[in-house]
Each structure stands twice: as structure tokens, then as C-alpha cells.
Design a protein around this ligand. Structure first.
Ligand code: 13P
Length: 254
């Protein structure tokens, strides 16, 4: 059975003071929930703080993006090695908030995934359809295209080091989460697609759901057989809410 993974995507939120309250609250709050894995992805300037507070604990941390280049004249960018120097285990790749603003193409995301894995990071690959694509009934086409962009770049074996997060764009920050049945349906479809290429990887890779996951809907979402946890935005800005989601994930394992 795959352990659930709950990842906080704090996006461009937080401050030294509020992060400290959140991270310390999380350390304390998750002590009784050891049956799932947890990670917090913070803005780059706060990585040193995440490392200082979380080091030696069961909670991992990571970045929200990184360059696809290893070093060089890329003003404003952060390299994979810089993330590992600050103890990051994870990095979010291809979030829709970056895809939509044109920062990330399928090709760039494939390259980023490869470079991240090579640096020893676990890339969290975000995929998901827009509202228009959902309404046009092409969710499977869109998500497979996004997934295949990575598989084509580094082969199916290369996918194994990462995590996939299905995040329908219409569910992000809207308070309208996908129904557990819809999310399960897509995740099962993605897993079957991976299984056609490699059954072991399909069985072991964690596929998360993201998009308005909250303390109320987490239990039902996590009860679905193919939903291996959540990528959580807004609800990760409140310690009690996020801890409740962690509790739901830990309980789902038993
Ligand atoms: P919300 O949980 O705010 O919908 O955000 C989801 C998300 O984008 C996580 O990456």
C-alpha cells in the first residue's frame, strides 16, 4: 500500500514570523499522525528557515520551482543544486500558475523534471486541465499530453523518482474541489497509462490530487484507492486546517 503524501504549496505567501508559527505548529500537530508523509514547499528565500526548523524531523521541505539549467547566466533563477544545498527533498514542477503565465511549456517542464531528478530532488509534476478543456471533455487528452511530455524527455524509468499531482485548474483556489469520484477516475486513468509502460512504476508512484483540498473534503478524497494524498494551497495557510488534512491522510493508511 502506498503511504499518503500531503504537500503544502504555500505559494507566494508567508513571512519569517508567520512561517515560524506554521512550521512549529506543524511539527507539534503532526506528532500523532505518523502514518503519512508530509512536506512543505516554500518560496526560495524561506528555504533556510524551513531547513532550520524542520531538519531532523519527519517533515520534508522543498521549492516551488527551479531552473532547468544547472548554473550560469540566468538572472533571477534558482538551480536544482541550490535547492539541495538547503536540504530540499521536493520541488514542484509545472504548476498551472506558471504554465498559464507562459513560464512553463510542456518541453521546459520535461527538462526541469529531468534536471531535478538528476540533482537528487523528487519532482512533483503538476498536470491538469483548464475549465474550458474540462467542459470540452478533453481532460484525459490534456493530462496525458502533459504526462507524456515528461516521459518522452526521460523515459518511463525516469518518472519513478517523482510524484504526480493532478490539479484541475478550475479547482485551484476556487473552493470547488473535484468530486472524489472525478479525481479517482482521472488518477486511475493516469495510473493505467503508466502501467502500460511499466507496471511496477505505476504501482509505486504517488499520484496526488490538488485543488481546494480542505479539512472537510480530505477524508473522502483520501479514501479513494488511487488518490495518494494532496497538494494543498489555501488550506496550508492555516495550521489547524493543514494539520487536519495530515490527520485525514494518516488515518487513511490504517
Ligand atoms: P488550493 O488548495 O488553494 O486550491 O491550491 C491548490 C494548488 O494550487 C496547490 O498547488
Amino acid at each position: 500500500m502506498r503511504r499518503k503524501l500531503v504537500v503544502a504549496n504555500r505559494k507566494m505567501n508567508g513571512s519569517l514570523a508567520s512561517n515560524q508559527v506554521f512550521l512549529e505548529g506543524l511539527l507539534l500537530g503532526t506528532q500523532d499522525y505518523p502514518y503519512a508523509d508530509y512536506a512543505v514547499c516554500v518560496p526560495h528565500p524561506y528555504l533556510f528557515q524551513a531547513e532550520a526548523i524542520l531538519k531532523g524531523s519527519a517533515i520534508a521541505w522543498g521549492g516551488q520551482n527551479m531552473s532547468r539549467y544547472e548554473s550560469g547566466a540566468y538572472t533571477g533563477s534558482v538551480s536544482p543544486r541550490m535547492l539541495t544545498e538547503f536540504g530540499c527533498e521536493y520541488v514542484i514542477i509545472g504548476h498551472s500558475e506558471r504554465r498559464q503565465r507562459g513560464h512553463d511549456t510542456d518541453l521546459a517542464i520535461g527538462e526541469r523534471f529531468e534536471v531535478a531528478a538528476k540533482a537528487g530532488l523528487k519532482p512533483i509534476l503538476c498536470i491538469g486541465e483548464t475549465l474550458a478543456e474540462y467542459e470540452a471533455g478533453i481532460t484525459d487528452l490534456v493530462t496525458i499530453r502533459q504526462l507524456n511530455a515528461v516521459i518522452q524527455e526521460l523515459g518511463i524509468k525516469g518518472l519513478a523518482s517523482g510524484v504526480i499531482a493532478y490539479e484541475p485548474v478550475w479547482a485551484i483556489g476556487t473552493g470547488k474541489a473535484a468530486s472524489p469520484a472525478h479525481a479517482q477516475n482521472i488518477l486511475s486513468f493516469l495510473r493505467k497509462h503508466i502501467a502500460m509502460l511499466d507496471a511496477d512504476i505505476a504501482n509505486n508512484i504517488r499520484i496526488l490530487y490538488g485543488g481546494s483540498v480542505n479539512a472537510t473534503n480530505a477524508t473522502e478524497l483520501f479514501s479513494m484507492p488511487d488518490i495518494d494524498g494532496g497538494l494543498v494551497g489555501s488550506a496550508s495557510l492555516n495550521t489547524a486546517d493543514f494539520v487536519a488534512i495530515c490527520q485525514a491522510a494518516s488515518n487513511a493508511y490504517r
